[in-house]
Design a protein around this ligand. Structure first.
Ligand code: PLP
Length: 416
């Protein structure tokens, strides 16, 4: 994937090769919407640490509260009592969710949030099974990997994964939305008719837009269909908003666009603008039934990360960044759509808000990503065969920056 050379190879010799890297560059500084490598080259960062630094680098409001919290109190485990920044975050985060979602469990990473939702749903329903969707990505731990099928490499050699997981079809993004929805729901129904009874399913896990799987939006009617089946069969609906959440799709939560209320929302990535923090939100009743001591964590809900997260939420709300993501995302999609209309190598432009994918094939997409990096623009890849160029600009991106990025992409495309 990566082509550029820097000093990385000589300084990273003790790091495990198991972790795939998009770029063989060494990053030394971030400020606002830009990153600098150790060669002094500046990049417009439309990768945002894979949707983590949603407010860009060194955001003044976020950094100020991080510094203040570090000086006051870096850490006490949640199991020892309460810390003000942690309580505040839980309250403010719950306030972004519809009733009855009012109670937050905090963890460190997206995969841990998924594990928490998996354990909660089994404990509360007394059922063993899970439904997840083909092409989904929910994380790398054993439970989360059992729900993941966006790339064989995430599963191969790890079997047996968690038993009781069935993988149902996700709506095909290349088909008419209504037809794709009907086909995917029929596929799910036939699994529940023939493979595992609905009465044995604890939860259905779904990304409202599959991120790693290729920026594949779930039609609203599909999410409705899942909600309806969950209600009918006493199954919990778990929405994985780890990549889509917190204004990314032009809504605070992507599920809002489908006008449904999930039972559990998993969040992570952008919540603390780069500090490790994640978790789940559900009704208090569900987490009371989960039971005291049924789950726990040493570092989850760290006070510094929570202080940063409060500032992130206040910035998103105070600066109208949900609306900005919708507006700038529409401009980006329009610009990319115009390019696709002129260049048939671009197969499809899809996404919502500032979560956009350009399907370009497994040969062209990596060359476009590398070419953009060489031209000073960071975008990523998605899709099982890395066939989609993935755009995750900062939530406070400006129209000028969208224009600059589109111009770079157009030039790279023309030369590719
Ligand atoms: C939708 C989704 N769920 C879960 C995860 C796992 O998060 P983490 O890497 O923080 O464990 C990711 C990470 O990319 C994700 O995109």
């Amino acid at each position: 994937m990566a082509t550029a050379t820097t000093t990385t190879a000589t300084t990273a010799s003790a790091l495990s090769p198991v972790l795939g890297r998009y770029f063989e560059r060494t990053w030394v500084r971030g400020e606002g919407h830009h990153l600098w490598d150790d060669q002094g080259t500046r990049y417009l960062d439309f990768a945002c640490g894979i949707a983590t630094t949603g407010l860009g680098h060194g955001h003044p409001a976020v950094n100020a509260v991080i510094h203040a919290q570090v000086d006051r109190l870096v850490h006490v485990s949640s199991g020892l009592g309460y810390v003000e920044s942690v309580n505040r975050l839980a309250e403010q985060l719950a306030a972004t969710c519809p009733a009855p979602l009012d109670t937050v469990f905090l963890a460190n990473s997206g995969a841990e949030a998924i594990e928490a939702a998996m354990k909660l749903s089994r404990r509360v329903t007394g059922r063993p099974g899970y439904v997840a969707f083909r092409n989904a990505f929910h994380g790398r731990t054993y439970g989360a990997a059992s729900l993941t099928s966006s790339n064989l490499n995430y599963r191969a050699g790890y079997e047996p994964l968690l038993p009781g997981v069935v993988l149902a079809p996700f709506p095909d993004v290349h088909r008419d939305e209504a037809e794709a929805t009907a086909a995917a729901l029929a596929g799910l129904d036939s699994l529940l008719d023939d493979v595992i009874p609905a009465s044995e399913i604890a939860a259905i896990f779904v990304e409202p837009i599959q991120g790693e799987g290729g920026i594949n939006p779930a039609p609203a009617a599909f999410l409705h269909g899942l909600r309806e089946r969950c209600d009918r069969h006493g199954i919990l609906l778990v929405i994985d908003e780890i990549q889509t959440g917190l204004a990314r799709t032009g809504r605070m939560w992507a599920f809002e666009a489908a006008d449904i209320v999930p039972d559990v929302v998993c969040f992570g990535k952008a919540i603390a603008n780069g500090l490790p923090l994640a978790g789940i939100v559900s009704s208090r009743e569900l987490q009371e039934r989960w039971g005291v001591g049924a789950h726990g964590t040493t570092f989850g809900g760290n006070p510094v990360a929570c202080a940063a997260a409060v500032a992130v939420l206040e910035t998103i709300q105070g600066e109208g960044l949900v609306a900005n993501a919708a507006t700038q995302g529409a401009t980006l999609m329009r610009g990319l759509g115009d390019l696709a209309a002129r260049d048939r190598r671009l197969i499809q432009v899809r996404g919502r808000g500032l979560m956009v994918g350009v399907e370009a094939g497994a040969d062209l997409a990596p060359r476009l990503m590398d070419g953009c990096a060489d031209a000073g623009l960071l975008v990523l890849l998605a899709g099982g065969s890395h066939d989609v160029v993935r755009w995750l600009p900062p939530l406070d991106v400006t129209a000028a920056e969208i224009g600059e990025a589109l111009a770079i992409f157009e030039g790279v495309l023309a030369a590719a």
